[in-house]
Design a protein around this ligand. Sequence first.
Ligand SMILES: C=C(O[C@@H]1C=C(C(=O)O)C=C[C@H]1O)C(=O)O
Length: 107
Amino acid sequence: MDEKEIMSLFKSEYEARNILEASRKRIDEIDNDLVNLISERTSLAKDIVSAKVFLGMEIYDKSREDAIHNKVNKLAHEKNIDDDILSDIMNMLTILSKNKQKEILEE
Ligand SMILES: C=C(O[C@@H]1C=C(C(=O)O)C=C[C@H]1O)C(=O)O
């Protein structure tokens, strides 16, 4: 999009400020949802690590993480999101889960 095209999107400064404010409000709501979802994902650690101990499995499961990365890579392409960045985010989520699983075993 060139600058001329962007400038034609709004009729006034007032309108542009309103769009900015409404978009930021929606981002705040989405961030809230994301944190709640991350918390829910991480809180599955107790059930997961308990089942793994019973089954004699390690906390780290490479094949499961590879499957998650493949799935998210496909979604990144479908949604036109940078796949390396989405992969980094998934890595962070798996670290949260593994750290929580370790913490539970140390209790
Ligand atoms: C949650 C698990 O434990 C680890 C964390 C994973 C995750 O956060 O998705 C996936 C595989 C494991 O390395 C699991 O095995 O499912």
